[in-house]
Design a protein around this ligand. Structure first.
Ligand code: SF4
Length: 432
C-alpha cells in the first residue's frame, strides 16, 4: 500500500495539484482531497468495462484489431481524405497535441479543439482587446472582490472557491471568506449564487447591456433608465462602487456569457470593463476552462502555428478563421470527408446536423472510454488515461503549465495517445 502525494486531478481546468492517491496491489483504493467528480475519475479508471484493444467496424459488426493495423487504417483515412477534420484534444496532454498538430500539417487537415464550442468567443475577445490576467495563486493571496459571471463553479469546478477564492485564506486575506466579497452574475439562482454576497440576476441574453451599464456607472455616467437587463439601476451603481473600491479584483467568466447573445462582443466589453476598472483599482480576469487541458491545446497550437483553434492546413500553411474552419461549421456544411476525434465526445455534444455528417463520413475515435462518438465511429482506439496511467504536461485555466503524474500502471499492451499518434505519423509518412 502506498500513498502518492501531490497528484494532479485530470478532470477540470482547476487542475488541483494537492491530491493524495492510495494504491494497493496496483489498484487505486482511495483518493484524498479531490472533489467527488475528481475522485470518481480516479476510482472508476480501472473498472472492467474498459476496452483494451482497438476495434474496427466491418459490415456493422465490431472486430478486434491490433494497434499497428489501427494506426495504418487511421493514416489511410486521413491521407485519402480530401479535407479531414482532427478534433478534440482537450482531455489529453500537450505531448499528444504536438504530434497531432504535426499529423494535421502533413495530411492538410483542419484541426480544432473543444474551445470552439466553449471559450472560443473568449479567445476572439482576448485577441480584440488584450488580456489583463494573473495566476490563481495571486487570486488566492490578493483578491478581495471576485466576480463569477455566467458560471457555476460549485457544480462545474467544485474546489475552485475553496482553493482560490471565497473559502480560502491568502497572504493578504488572512480571514478568508470575511476578507472577500463574492459577486455572481447569472440568470439562475445557482449553488454559487446562493453563497455569494451579491447576486445580479441578469435577464438571459442581456449580459452585454449589463456590462455596458456597469462601465457607465464606473465612469460616473448617469443611466437614464430604471433598470438594465432586469437589474435596478441603483443596484448597478452599488456594484460599480463596490468593484471600483476593490484593492484586487478578479472576474471569472464561463459559457453563460460566451455562448449567450453577443458572444465574443460580450467578452470584448467585459475586458473593457476590466480595463476601465484598472483606472481605479487592480483588476484581472480568468476564463473558467472546463476540460482539464483545453487551455493546453490552445497554447500548443498557438506556439506552433500562431493561432489557438480552428486552424486549416489544406494549403500547406496554417490559416485561422473560426466560423469557417471550426469543427461544427465544417461538419454542418458537409465540407470535411473524414474525421479523427481524440479525447473529447462531439457525438454527445455537437448539434444534430454535425453529428449526422460525422456518422456518414469515415470516423476514427481515440479515447480511453466508450462514448457516443465511439458508437458512431468506424474505428475505435482505446488508449490509457492521461494523468493517471501516463504523465505529461497540462495547462491550468490561468495558463500555468503543470506536470501531471502517473499513479498506476496501465493495462498491459495498451498504448497512450502519444504512442498511438507516433505510430500514425510514421504510417502517414510512408503514404504521402
Ligand atoms: Fe478535479 Fe476540478 Fe474537482 Fe479539482 S475541482 S478535484 S481539478 S474535478
Amino acid at each position: 500500500r502506498k500513498v502518492i502525494k501531490d497528484v494532479v486531478c485530470p478532470f477540470c481546468g482547476t487542475l488541483c495539484d494537492d491530491l493524495e492517491v492510495v494504491v494497493e496491489d496496483g489498484e487505486i483504493v482511495e483518493v484524498r482531497h479531490a472533489c467527488r467528480i475528481g475522485a470518481a475519475k480516479f476510482l472508476t479508471a480501472q473498472e472492467d468495462h474498459r476496452h483494451t484493444e482497438p476495434m474496427i467496424k466491418e459490415n456493422g459488426e465490431w472486430k478486434k484489431i491490433d494497434y499497428e493495423d489501427a494506426a495504418e487504417e487511421t493514416a489511410r483515412i486521413l491521407v485519402e481524405a480530401k479535407w479531414p477534420l482532427m478534433y478534440g484534444w482537450s482531455s489529453t496532454l500537450c505531448e499528444a497535441h504536438e504530434v497531432g498538430i504535426e499529423i494535421a500539417e502533413k495530411v492538410g487537415a483542419v484541426i480544432d479543439n473543444t474551445a470552439s464550442v466553449c471559450h472560443g468567443p473568449s479567445t476572439l475577445g482576448l485577441q480584440d482587446a488584450g488580456v489583463p490576467s494573473c495566476t490563481l495563486g495571486e487570486v488566492k493571496n490578493r483578491a478581495d472582490v471576485i466576480i463569477y459571471w455566467g458560471c457555476n463553479p460549485m457544480h462545474a469546478h467544485p474546489r475552485h472557491m475553496s482553493r482560490y477564492t471565497a473559502f480560502t485564506r491568502g497572504f493578504f486575506r488572512p480571514k478568508g471568506r470575511e476578507d472577500r466579497t463574492i459577486i455572481v452574475v447569472d440568470p439562475r439562482r445557482t449553488a454559487t449564487a446562493e453563497l455569494a454576497d451579491v447576486h445580479l440576476q441578469v435577464r438571459p441574453n442581456e449580459d452585454y447591456e449589463l456590462i455596458s451599464a456597469l462601465r457607465a456607472a464606473v465612469h460616473g455616467i448617469e443611466i437614464e433608465r430604471e433598470e438594465v437587463a432586469g437589474i435596478p439601476v441603483e443596484a448597478v451603481h452599488e456594484v460599480a462602487d463596490l468593484i471600483k473600491e476593490a484593492s484586487f479584483g478578479t472576474l471569472f467568466w464561463g459559457m453563460g456569457i460566451t455562448m449567450s447573445r453577443g458572444r465574443h462582443r460580450n467578452i470584448d466589453n467585459a475586458i473593457c470593463l476590466i480595463r476601465d476598472l484598472n483606472e481605479y483599482a487592480k483588476w484581472t480576469l480568468i476564463m473558467m476552462r472546463g476540460h482539464y487541458n483545453v487551455t493546453g491545446f490552445n497554447e500548443v497550437l498557438t506556439w506552433t502555428t500562431g493561432y489557438p483553434f480552428a486552424v486549416d492546413f489544406s494549403r500547406g500553411y496554417p490559416r485561422y478563421n473560426p466560423g469557417e474552419f471550426s469543427a461544427v461549421d465544417v461538419l454542418i456544411r458537409g465540407e470535411v470527408d473524414a474525421a479523427f476525434v481524440i479525447a473529447s465526445d462531439p457525438g454527445a455534444h455537437f448539434p444534430r446536423k454535425a453529428v449526422e455528417h460525422m456518422a456518414w463520413i469515415p470516423l476514427v475515435c481515440v479515447d480511453p472510454h466508450w462514448t457516443p462518438t465511439a458508437e458512431l465511429a468506424d474505428l475505435y482506439v482505446p488508449v490509457t488515461i492521461a494523468g493517471i496511467e501516463w504523465e505529461g504536461t497540462a495547462y491550468r485555466m490561468d495558463s500555468v503549465p503543470i506536470r501531471m503524474r502517473k499513479v498506476v500502471e496501465p493495462p498491459e499492451s495498451m498504448l497512450n495517445d502519444v504512442e498511438f499518434l507516433e505510430m500514425v505519423i510514421e504510417k502517414v509518412e510512408e503514404m504521402v
